[in-house]
Design a protein. Structure first.
Lengths: 158, 158
């Protein structure tokens, strides 16, 4: 299930998955695992550096089939093992503000993993500055992209 | 002691003060106390709202003698009672990114309070995106301003 209205600056993807909260946590915080599922095919995540402590780095390099290369270096804000992982593109490692840019948009990712019978409830919130930024992210394919990536993570463990 | 070089994006104010780490913590996190010292005279802090937990609000309204009004709503990142308090102007409450602006600069404030015999070591770091932003902050009077405010906090308790 995803939800977004024109008035909300948040996008939410919520799904019951047949893998555990511990596996969701490993998928998001272990660089060796995140490179295997983070980008919907045919994109690939070629590098990841993650220090899952407040102030730590959350860096990924995503490459597309036509030579595109997106590198992002964010900052971990909360890391509650197996339950909750929060990082933002507004800050770099050590909470250093990123310089203002007119390109793209900033967001904070709030990942919540709740154990259920036979799996977990996965809830991903992308929190933006404004409803307009959320709309840009929605039109880029937030729902299908984050959903397809999640499917890849589930297949890794299921 | 303060330190800044042209190459550093951080400004640091470090001082031994004759009040305790607990009093420094209260000064920074209790809205009823922060309004009494946060702005060097003749500026006054007229309002403060502080929720000292990760994701909580850090909001102040500072007014100048000629009717100036500076309102800032930041986000608490770390709150280690009596020892360490971190907040940023890059995010609003709930870690929501602030919209990019060409005015002013963003920074993260890292406040560290270390008990010493007879008082505490106070260390305030203002962490910026770039050395240029740090220079703007330095030229605005970071050292004298944050120092004069600290003097006011010390006088409140000493």
């Amino acid at each position: 299930m995803t939800s977004h209205s024109n008035e909300s600056p948040d996008l939410v993807l919520e799904r019951v998955v047949p893998i555990s909260a511990e596996q969701l946590w490993r998928g998001w915080t272990d660089p060796k695992i995140i490179v295997k599922w983070f980008t919907p095919e045919p994109w690939v995540t070629t590098e990841a550096e993650i220090d899952p402590v407040p102030g730590g780095i959350f860096r990924t390099v995503m490459c597309g089939p036509d030579g595109e290369r997106n590198e992002g270096s964010g900052c971990v804000l909360e890391a509650v093992v197996n339950r909750r992982f929060v990082w933002t593109s507004s800050l770099g490692p050590g909470y250093r503000p990123v310089p203002p840019s007119t390109e793209g948009f900033l967001f904070t990712a709030i990942l919540e993993f709740t154990p259920t019978t036979g799996g977990a409830l996965y809830r991903a919130t992308a929190r933006h500055s404004t409803p307009a930024d959320a709309m840009v992210h929605a039109e880029m394919g937030f729902e299908s992209g984050w959903g397809a990536a999640l499917d890849q993570l589930v297949r890794l463990f299921a």
